[in-house]
Write a protein that binds this ligand. Structure first.
Ligand code: PLP
Length: 391
């Protein structure tokens, strides 16, 4: 069965050119980039090139790039580091809709005596800026707010939030795992102090991430040991994956217009066609500024998990909320924070497109999904009531 892969916010296909770039660094050029000999040196040269390429996508300086193992490590490092460098500040701010990589860590800090404020969002998933303005104070060590939400694609005003944090002497971190490669980001004109990236969300392999740390930002490493990454992240560099990420960032910059025009147009067509074909459907975050590739859509009186199973039987891959929370029967914490009614939150699914998505694949979903929803509504007691009322 040929798959229709519309789950790119969970992970992406490794670009063939990215794979070719990393291929020699397993069996041929496998030297340790820290070695003194020529064999390690040639790998080191490619790591330098990769660092430049990542910095290029972000408008950053190469020395502001720290390679990590994943987005989760980058998020954890940013928060832990700040609490160590600002020990007298005991307040942490985040939002209710963060990825668990941030939210779980912040909630764990409560047991350690920190005051943690989770800023709410409105019905469209937009950050409550009044609540944020009132929360940030002289005791705040770090604010960690995501650039774009993985479930709805809703974009937060991180620059405005970062400026407010800076006014209070707090550091500002953003989880930009879903934003980097999809929308332009320019750290040279930004006041954000730290930013997380994950390779597997932008057509590089799994197991590679980046923490951007602005020059001059006080920092303590999370992993200590060797002197890799200028002693900011110990552990032998995953050279092949770093080289792959460098190439992926270069390609992401080149494909940015395609992402924001063609991919967005396909997402919009999918959205409008499904809304027109399926009664009692609504877009989660549809009124907010969103990533060009993400569509979170709710169908009343059906179970998201059942929709996903039936789509999967037809080779269509989508998701209900985050890959990390699927499997639990609770509606996603993001949709709950947005106040999406229970009947809608349960029947929400996310389609996330990429530059590999085709018009034919979108046609496939537009054709297959409406009868699936109708069938499921006929099977459920609530759905039958609903269909009777419609008749
Ligand atoms: N942050 C966001 C917004 C994500 O979507 C994800 C992955 O789904 C992560 C962090 C975690 O990244 P990684 O899988 O590289 O640890």
């Amino acid at each position: 069965m040929r798959e229709i892969y519309l789950d790119n916010n969970a992970t992406t296909k490794v670009d063939e050119a990215v794979f070719e770039e990393m291929r020699p660094y397993f069996c041929e050029l496998y030297g340790n980039p820290s070695s003194m000999h020529f064999f390690g040196g040639q790998v080191q040269g490619k790591v330098v090139e990769a660092r430049n390429r990542v910095a290029g996508l972000l408008g950053a300086s190469p020395e502001e790039i720290i390679f990590t193992a994943c987005g989760t490590e980058s998020d954890n490092t940013a928060i832990r580091s700040t609490l160590e460098v600002l020990p007298n500040r005991r307040h942490v701010i985040t939002s209710r809709v963060e990825h668990p990589a941030v939210l779980t860590q912040c909630r764990n800090l409560i047991q350690k005596g920190y005051r943690v404020t989770e800023i709410g969002v409105d019905g469209e998933g937009r950050l409550n800026m009044d609540e944020y303005r009132a929360a940030v104070d002289d005791d705040t060590a770090i604010v960690s707010l995501m650039w774009a939400n993985n479930e709805t694609g809703v974009i937060f005003p991180v620059e405005e939030a970062a400026a407010l944090a800076r006014d209070k002497g707090a550091l500002f971190h953003t989880d930009a795992v879903q934003a980097v490669g999809k929308i332009p980001i320019d750290m040279s004109s930004s006041v954000v102090d730290m930013l997380s990236i994950s390779g597997h969300k932008l057509h590089a392999p799994k197991g590679i991430g980046v923490l951007y740390v602005r020059r001059g930002t006080p920092f303590r490493p999370f992993l200590v040991g060797g002197h890799q990454e200028k002693s900011r992240r110990a552990g032998t560099e995953n050279a092949a994956a770093i080289i792959a990420l460098g190439k992926a960032c270069e390609l992401a910059a080149a494909h940015m217009p395609f992402e924001n025009n063609q991919v967005k147009a396909m997402r919009d067509r999918l959205q409008e066609s499904l809304l027109a074909a399926i009664p009692h459907s609504r877009i989660n975050g549809g009124g907010a500024e969103r990533l060009p590739n993400t569509l979170s859509i709710a169908f009343e009186f059906v179970e998201g998990e059942s929709i996903l199973m039936l789509l999967s039987e037809l080779g269509i891959c989508a998701s209900s909320g985050s890959a990390c929370t699927s499997g639990s029967l609770e509606p996603s914490h993001v949709l709950r924070a947005m106040g999406v009614p229970f009947t809608c939150a349960h029947g929400s699914i996310r389609f996330s497109l990429s530059r590999y998505t085709t018009e034919a694949e979108i046609d496939g979903v537009i054709r297959e999904l409406p009868p699936i929803i109708e069938r499921l509504r006929q099977m459920s007691p609530f759905g039958r009531e609903f269909l009777k009322a419609q008749a």
